[in-house]
Design a protein around this ligand. Structure first.
Ligand SMILES: [Fe+2]
Length: 180
């Protein structure tokens, strides 16, 4: 095996490719760990971010959402485990190889859709979602934010367990469907 990439051979890259594919199957476990870490973040809300994520996903599940919709509902704020200001794009990029472009765009931009409910308190335009009115994924973003995400800050709500969502994460995030 090379010690400088400049010296790589086809055999080296066959070995590296096989080893990388083994890592694909670890993604659901990493996502579960990131979700668990949201328990430590409350950020001034009435409940912690794990409860918020589980409530968002539970509402989606009980609203006859598709598997992908439930998955992105669960993971929409997982980027907060890394950093809060850029959490939408972080979560979107984590999911990108595994989900539709519509799902990617919804998660990337979801904060601007939530802005309807609080940007005015921050001196920003609360109608920023209108910039996306012509996008094919606009209705999905409205559904995610208005029906599942925005109402999901109740610490007393009986959420489905994180473990109950693990089979879904394993189904969607074990094999990238899009080019890496
Ligand atoms: Fe959220």
């Amino acid at each position: 095996m090379f010690t400088k990439m400049q010296d790589g051979t086809p055999d080296d890259w066959a070995i590296i490719g096989a080893a990388h594919r083994e890592h694909f199957y670890k993604t659901p476990s990493h996502l579960m760990d990131m979700l668990r870490s949201l328990k430590d973040i409350t950020g001034g809300f009435a409940c912690d971010q794990l409860q918020h994520s589980l409530m968002t996903a539970t509402l989606a599940r009980r609203d006859d959402a598709t598997d992908e919709e439930v998955a992105i509902a669960l993971l929409h704020d997982v980027g907060k485990s890394v950093n809060i200001p850029n959490h939408g794009p972080i979560a979107a990029e984590l999911m990108r190889p595994y989900v539709s472009d519509a799902a990617y765009q919804v998660i990337y931009n979801h904060q601007h859709f939530q802005g309807k409910f609080y940007y005015t308190f921050m001196g920003e335009n609360p109608n920023m979602r209108d910039d996306f009115l012509k996008e094919s994924w606009y209705d999905l973003a409205v559904k995610l934010v208005d029906r599942w995400d925005a109402p999901a800050f109740d610490p007393e709500f009986e959420v489905d367990s994180l473990e109950s969502f693990e089979p879904l994460l394993r189904k969607i995030f074990s094999q990238p469907g899009r080019a890496l």
